[in-house]
Design a protein around this ligand. Sequence first.
Ligand code: NAP
Length: 335
Amino acid sequence: MAKPKVLVTRKIPPPGLEIVSEYCDLDLYEGYEPIPNAELLSRIRDKDGLLCLLTDKIDKSVYDASPRLRVVSSYSVGCEHIDVDEATKRRIYVTNTPGVLTEATADLTWALLMATARRIVEADSFVRKGLWKHWHPELMLGHEVHDKVLGIIGLGRIGEAVARRAKGFKMKILYYDKIRKRDLEEQLGAEYKDLEDLLKESDFVTIHVSLNPDTYHLINESRLKLMRSSTILLNAARGPVIDQKALAKALKEGRIAGAGLDVYEKEPIDLDDDLMRLYNVVLLPHIGSAEIETRSKMAELAARNLISVLKGQMPPHLVNPEVLKLRPLSDVKMM
Ligand code: NAP
């Protein structure tokens, strides 16, 4: 039996490619940059499976170009780059890689929180520029972290992992989510608040909701106005959850104290973006899950998701379970 044909849109870490090439006829895009759209549309034509990244827009045009496509496996937990509803209509399985990047992203969120609160990036640059002449009682004063109030927007996997770390800093934990999570409230000592109250009462606000139509610009100008002038806002979820222009304005006017961002409305962020000129902001290049071990686990999981579907087996993480009714796995099976 011929092997299924699969396009992988970037060189992912081992053992991802090894697993895919063991079972499939692999077509790998070798560029360092995202695959150009025209090339994606041309190379997907004869493919049964696609392993893509969050930088690839997988929409109707991709599905139109690939009549044989059975599975789209994303090397990410967020799936807003994929038109999942359209994939389901076309009986295409969509999978993602949650869980394996939870702790890494929670660690990064804490790195951002500490770096922003204690001005770590600014202090490093101060030393390197030779500006450090004396110890001074008011040199690089930052914000206290321990015993403060942490407001978590989205107490899912990553939000919960961030909350577990906050307990070590003796922080009071508030959270807002679509639904109350009473079991976690007890385990973490977390208190449910509506969004407005959380913004008013927190010293640190950290965003961990997925990006969807309800969370687009969830933090907008009027909600930023609810925050205290001493509050620090963190985002390691998805950029469009914050109205970035409104955030830059709030930071410039000193309406909030600082921001730590790993994600942006447009990535990479423009060099002339207002945020670039502000010193009370720490800017990272979307590296939430960027750990050697984590990226390997993501690659393995993305490959296993893909292979499972093509083998007619239930993948570890199916994003659109409704597809099972439209096209049973036995119908998808190719090996
Ligand atoms: P998750 O477990 O699905 O958590 C997301 C939480 O947000 C869930 O509790 C969800 O509730 C809640 N939520 C969704 N829509 C909401 C709304 N409109 N209002 C209030 N709460 C809402 O996902 P996760 O694994 O923690 O990941 C969270 C996000 O982090 C991902 O979607 C991804 O975009 C981002 N991420 C970023 C990086 C990075 O590199 N910076 C790395 C990994 C993940 P329900 O479960 O009820 O929908």
